[in-house]
Design a protein around this ligand. Sequence first.
Ligand SMILES: Nc1ncnc2c1ncn2[C@@H]1O[C@H](COP(=O)(O)OP(=O)(O)O)[C@@H](O)[C@H]1O
Ligand SMILES: Nc1ccn([C@@H]2O[C@H](COP(=O)(O)O)[C@@H](O)[C@H]2O)c(=O)n1
Length: 210
Amino acid sequence: MNSTSIFIGIAGASASGKSLLAQTIHQELQAELGNGAISIIKEDSYYKARDDLTFEERERINYDHPNAFDHDLLIEHLDALHNQQTVEIPVYDYTVHNRSDRSKTLAPTRVIIVEGILLLNDKTIRKRLDTKVFMDTDLDICLLRRLKRDIEERGRTVDSVIEQYKRTVRPMFMEFVQPSKQYADIIVPRGGKNRVVIEMLKARIKQLLQ
Ligand SMILES: Nc1ncnc2c1ncn2[C@@H]1O[C@H](COP(=O)(O)OP(=O)(O)O)[C@@H](O)[C@H]1O
Ligand SMILES: Nc1ccn([C@@H]2O[C@H](COP(=O)(O)O)[C@@H](O)[C@H]2O)c(=O)n1
């Protein structure tokens, strides 16, 4: 193993295709580089634990504001991985709006993809990323994809997705996510299936590994 890891950051709106892009690169590069060469960290894993609040209070939190995340812990973990140390990543449970009591062990890998809505909004995180990507998918498409995904996978209703979208998701996108696009090296239109971008990123990662 090399003495340090390469960090690729993927940011952008909720349901813009960050996870799909990260998973596609992970799957295709792993086939080339071998098992244990590449891993994914989700910013969502670092939502703050809120055991102090009731379910109803947690439901009302603004999860699209930077304060909702424990970025200090994420940065601590990025630095530990950079120094070839293993970390324990919290496992977040969207259905109860809280950190679960489980964690996932992650050993350092040569390539680490970090993905999340507010990564590029944080200067300290930006400094740690070798390549910064912003998913520039149209917001109406993101909303449609989020509606479907949140009902199927995150225990939401149509009404709750629409209410949350109007109350926090869209306003916070305008205030924090959209302005962070200026820090990206690569801006990706349409979403996680953009084949040209997938190939470009794979080539970039292989170049950085040399
Ligand atoms: N280009 C695309 N075409 C069709 N569906 C897509 C595309 N990109 C993403 N999706 C789907 O949209 C949903 C949200 O994408 P996801 O990658 O989870 O977004 P994010 O991680 O940005 O929140 C998922 O169900 C995903 O499969
Ligand atoms: N309890 C929570 C925590 C987060 N969210 C939403 O998740 C979005 C970020 O995750 P993506 O995979 O969509 O990028 C963010 O927009 C939060 O609103 C939530 O609904 N409930």
